[in-house]
Every structure is written in structure tokens, then in C-alpha cells.
Design a protein around this ligand. Structure first.
Ligand SMILES: [Zn+2]
Length: 384
């Protein structure tokens, strides 16, 4: 067993013990036993929503005893309805774009996290659209920063072009809207910080007028509405969830991917902002499930998957700076979790065996009935 596997195993025990300690719904014996998979047939009308609990949070601030108060919605509302995997390893590069792209292709992509490149391997959106002959607007990605704008479609080296997802960057949408209204952007600065890895305010690109026009047109949302709503929000992730709602209302895509990212504010070194962001992400995950369950096109036929992109550095690695960054690539920062909930998924069920974040794409392929030939992961049998 290598060091990463060993630490992942130890983390799994901690998470499992924690879940047992909160005695979720009192289903103790069922919670940790194994039962054969239900082996449901793929459903043509099934919808899948993937939420990246993204930006990087550690167990210490989430599933460990001292962190549990930060994730009450996951623990009390979602996990009791979910199959929860305690041991998920990310063996790829710990940069947000490349890590999310790897989750979306099912292959550990090797490109420079800060390069404006498309993933080399086909994305789940392309497999889905080509395999099931779905139109462009049946697959959407809501992404947190400019760096993600090519996540919807691979480079074309391995797959024909034209099957990517619609990618919307809410900050870019807002920045362009503010510029068009000739608004002084300072009041919206906190929503417009493009990423948290750069200590200086970097606004999203403002060269996207055509994209703004197009998105406004297809989302049927006006510049004034975007700005008015932004004024009521407390974070960029709330803006993303607002845009996600518009996409659900307008297109009800069968494959919808949203990357939350607020907690990456930890790079600023402000622990309290990092904790606030974890608590907000926890709340937004529950709100997303409520939106699914109250939407006639989604209710009763949607599988929700929530997973982090990766963690953050431990307090004990001399090469790092604790919660602030994810630079060391240490084993702790690579071990996370996944939960899935929805029809056909066992509720209140915990799986301790190791799985990897690249297993998600083939699992989604099995759920929806399309092939994922280049993905390296394997379908996760416990939730098929
Ligand atoms: Zn980061």
C-alpha cells in the first residue's frame, strides 16, 4: 500500500467513525454493511447533476469532529438520503481547472493548470451528446473562472468536434453586464474576483460581448436582472447557483455540471473567510437538491453527485502552509469523498472501499446509457 492509499484508508476510518458518531437517522447496521448493487437499466430520461464541492476543503474543517459544525446540511439532510464513499483518492495534479477537467474526462489530465487549453481526453459531455444524440443545450457547465472556459469540449485529438457542453462563466456574464450598464464595478468587486490563486484582483475578461449577447438571448435574462440580482448576493457561488437556476428553468438539461469555488478564498490566508465559504457551500448543496426536487423536469428522475475537486495541505507538512494552499500534493490533500443521491441510489449507505475521482465519468455513462471509451476509471458498482 503506497503512502497515499494508506492515508486515504486512515481518512476513511475517520469519516466512517464520524458518520457513525452522529448516528445518522439511526440506521447504524445498514449504514456500513455491503449489499449487492441494484443493477438498474440505464434510463433514457434520467438526469444527472454534478456539483463540485470545489476549491479545496480539508477533513479538519468538514468531516473531522472539530469540523462537523461547518457542514450541517450535508450531514443532516443529504447524507441520510445518499450513498456516501468515505475513501476517494485524486492522484492527479492539484490545480482546480486541471482537477475538474480530469473529473470530467475520467482521465488524470496532465496539462498546466493555468494554460488556456482544452482537455486532451473526451469529456463526459461529448460522450453523452454523441452517444445519445442530444442537442447542444442538453449539457451545461457553470464554471467559476475564466480558466475553466474550455472545460466543455476536448481538444479534438481523440473525438470529433461539435459535441461539447454549453459553458457559462457567471462572473464574466456579470462583468460584461456591469460594463454595458456603465456601472461602477466596485460594489460588485467581491463577486468579480476571477480566481483566488492570484493575490491581486483580476477581473474576468471583458472581451465577451458576443458571448454575453448570446447567453442573454438564450437564457432570456436581461442585463438589468443580472445586476439587480447580483446586488442581493453574498458570494460568487451564489451567483453561479442563480445562473444554474436560469439554465434549469430555460433548458432543463439532462447533464448539468456546476463547480462551486468560494472556499478557495483560503489562499488569501483568512481562515474565517475559508470557514464561511465551507458553510456557504454546504448550504448551497442543500439548496441545489431542493431546486432539483421542486422542479417538475428534475423531480424524481435526477441523480445528484457531490464531490470535492481535492483537499488542502495538512498542518503537519513542512513544505506547505496549512489550510492556505494546496501546494505540497501531500496524501491528505488528495483524499476526499463522493456522495450520490436520487432514485435507485441506496439511502443512508456508506462505502469504505477506495474509489477514485476518475471513476465518475464511467459511472455516469452506465447510468445514462452511453460509452466512455477513453475514461480510465471504472463504474462504481455500489451506485449503478
Ligand atoms: Zn486553490
Amino acid at each position: 500500500m503506497d503512502a497515499i492509499s494508506r492515508v486515504a484508508h486512515e481518512r476513511a476510518i475517520t469519516r466512517r467513525d464520524f458518520l457513525r458518531s452522529v448516528a445518522i437517522a439511526g440506521a447504524g447496521s445498514q449504514l456500513f454493511s455491503f449489499a449487492p448493487a441494484l443493477a438498474l437499466q440505464p434510463q433514457r430520461d434520467r438526469k444527472v447533476v454534478v456539483v463540485t464541492f470545489g476549491g479545496g476543503a480539508r477533513d479538519k474543517e468538514t468531516f473531522a469532529a472539530e469540523g462537523q459544525e461547518n457542514i450541517p446540511h450535508l450531514i443532516r439532510e443529504l447524507i441520510p438520503q445518499a450513498t456516501f464513499f468515505t475513501q476517494v483518492v485524486n492522484r492527479g495534479i492539484l490545480g482546480h481547472y486541471v482537477a475538474n477537467a480530469s473529473i470530467a474526462t475520467g482521465v488524470y489530465e496532465r496539462f498546466d493548470n493555468f494554460a488556456h487549453v482544452a482537455p486532451e481526453n473526451p469529456t463526459v459531455f461529448e460522450y453523452f451528446r454523441k452517444g445519445l444524440r442530444r442537442p447542444a443545450q442538453d449539457a451545461w457547465v457553470i464554471a467559476p473562472s475564466n480558466g475553466f472556459n474550455r472545460i466543455g469540449q476536448s481538444s479534438g485529438a481523440l473525438f470529433p468536434g461539435g459535441y461539447g457542453a454549453e459553458v457559462v462563466l457567471p462572473k464574466e456574464l456579470l462583468a460584461s453586464a456591469a460594463q454595458r450598464e456603465d456601472m461602477h464595478p466596485e460594489s460588485l468587486d467581491f463577486l468579480l474576483q476571477d480566481n483566488y490563486e492570484n493575490p491581486f484582483l483580476v477581473s474576468p475578461s471583458l472581451h465577451a460581448d458576443t458571448q454575453l449577447d448570446r447567453l442573454q438571448q438564450i437564457l432570456r435574462i436581461s442585463v438589468k436582472e443580472i445586476i439587480a440580482h447580483a446586488g442581493t448576493l453574498s458570494s460568487a457561488d451564489e451567483l453561479s447557483v442563480f445562473v444554474m437556476e436560469q439554465v434549469m428553468r430555460q433548458f432543463s438539461p439532462s447533464l448539468l455540471w456546476i463547480t462551486l469555488h468560494d472556499m478557495d478564498v483560503a489562499h488569501s490566508g483568512a481562515y474565517s473567510l475559508y470557514i464561511d465559504a465551507i458553510q456557504r457551500t454546504d448550504r448551497l448543496c442543500a439548496e441545489i437538491w431542493q431546486k432539483i426536487e421542486s422542479h417538475p423536469e428534475y423531480k424524481g428522475r435526477t441523480t445528484l453527485v457531490i464531490l470535492p475537486d481535492f483537499g488542502r495541505d495538512s498542518d503537519f507538512d513542512g513544505a506547505g502552509n496549512g489550510f492556505q494552499h494546496h501546494r505540497t500534493g501531500d496524501a491528505l490533500s488528495r483524499t476526499t469523498w463522493i456522495m450520490a443521491l436520487g432514485p435507485g441510489i441506496r439511502e443512508n449507505f456508506t462505502v469504505d472501499r477506495p474509489v477514485e475521482s476518475v471513476d465518475l465519468v464511467p459511472t455516469i455513462g452506465s447510468w445514462m446509457g452511453f460509452e466512455t471509451p477513453y475514461a480510465k476509471g471504472r463504474p462504481v458498482t455500489e451506485i449503478l
